[in-house]
Write a protein that binds this ligand. Structure first.
Ligand SMILES: NC(=O)c1ccc[n+]([C@@H]2O[C@H](COP(=O)([O-])OP(=O)(O)OC[C@H]3O[C@@H](n4cnc5c(N)ncnc54)[C@H](OP(=O)(O)O)[C@@H]3O)[C@@H](O)[C@H]2O)c1
Length: 325
């Protein structure tokens, strides 16, 4: 099978298109023919090994101290179950599935074997594999940080910085579903997009600083990592939550009270993927696809995502896909 291999950390050039043996599922595993994968800001961070301060060693211990432990890159995928191991009960041949490999990696490939217990569920029925792959990274982050950690709810005011990225576009839609009023921070070219996703107020960061207008919010999510903590503190309500998804260990020393801070790494679970599927099937959330690349052009996709200006998501189409950049 064709796959993207990497043998060292570094720039996009470390990603090579190669041929691997097609895997065979063990008794508790499913073999998935992957139709679409993605290249996320997380994939690029891992490839270049740009991790928040204080996380270098723990992350290297997980992914490989000197070089990547897993040969094939990529986390998110959408595809079809081709065969199942003898003990598999949750899936059968022909099931359309979507999910994430997490630290196992290996999604930038034509095939993958995953345990049936992995963060893998039936795919939303109303969208393509490309669109499904485009919902996972931002969707799981939004669910974890907004629904589970900040407990965002009806009537609350929510500010999202980095509103046009993968996390931002999913967060606007989830916050809307949860009944919050959304203020989106983006550049001029994304104003129409964020409004179409449900932002009622928009702040163009090229013209105005989002924490300077004396507004207060119940929840602020900084998906860019450039907001001043002291200014955020002034823009939070008394019990408001500041979500820092790029936080290093230094944030513990900040002036924002621990009870107001939400940091950490988004979890992945079947429950969250099912919740996301339900939101997609009810048309509450849609994955925004910026560009689609073929598998052999994955390094180019990384180069584009590295630029930091994608709108929504970048998808890798594998096998029979048509819409390529
Ligand atoms: N902790 C976790 O579990 C977790 C989970 C998911 C993601 N993350 C991290 O969260 C970050 C965001 O992820 P992502 O996938 O959303 O990234 P992304 O899709 O690459 O974000 C790109 C977007 O950011 C916007 N942007 C750039 N500079 C901006 C600024 N100064 N103000 C407002 N918007 C700006 C860009 O808009 P313009 O082009 O218009 O500037 C672009 O649309 C990444 O660093 C990722 O690693 C962490």
């Amino acid at each position: 099978m064709k796959a993207i291999v990497w043998t060292k950390y570094g720039g996009p050039e470390v990603l090579k298109y190669g041929v691997f043996e097609k895997p065979t599922p063990k008794s508790g595993e499913v073999l998935i023919k992957i139709h679409a994968s993605s290249v996320t800001a997380g994939d690029c961070r891992l490839r270049a090994f740009k991790v928040p301060l204080g996380f270098w060693l723990p992350t290297r211990l997980v992914f490989g101290l000197v070089k990547p432990r897993k040969a094939i890159s990529g986390m998110d995928l959408s595809g079809v179950v081709e065969s199942t191991g003898s003990e598999v009960t949750l899936f059968e041949k022909g099931d359309e599935v979507y999910g994430t490999t997490g630290i196992r990696l290996g999604a930038n490939a034509e095939y993958i074997c995953l345990p049936e217990s992995a963060a893998l569920v039936k795919k939303p029925g109303n969208i393509s594999h490309e669109q499904a792959a485009a919902t996972i990274f931002g969707g799981l982050a939004a669910i974890y940080f907004l629904r589970d950690r900040a407990c965002l709810h009806r009537g609350q005011k929510f500010l999202i910085n980095g509103a046009s990225g993968a996390v931002g576009t999913a967060s606007i839609q989830l916050a809307n579903y949860l009944g919050a009023e959304v203020t989106a921070v983006c550049s001029t070219s994304s104003i129409e997009l964020v409004r179409s996703l449900g932002a009622t107020k928009v702040i163009d960061y090229t013209k105005e600083e989002c924490t300077k207008n004396r507004e207060t919010y119940d929840v602020i999510l900084d998906a860019v990592g450039n907001l001043s903590l002291s200014k955020c503190k002034q823009s939070l309500t008394m019990r408001g939550k500041l979500i820092l998804i790029n936080a290093g260990l230094w944030t513990n020393l900040s002036s924002v009270a621990k009870s107001n801070l939400v940091c950490g790494v988004a979890g992945e679970s079947k429950e969250a993927l099912i919740f996301l599927r339900e939101r997609i099937e009810a048309s509450d959330i849609r994955g925004i696809v910026d560009r689609v690349y073929s598998l052999e052009r994955t390094a180019e996709a990384h180069r584009y995502v590295d630029g930091g200006h994608k709108k929504g998501n970048v998808v890798i189409a594998i096998n029979d896909s048509q819409k390529l950049n």
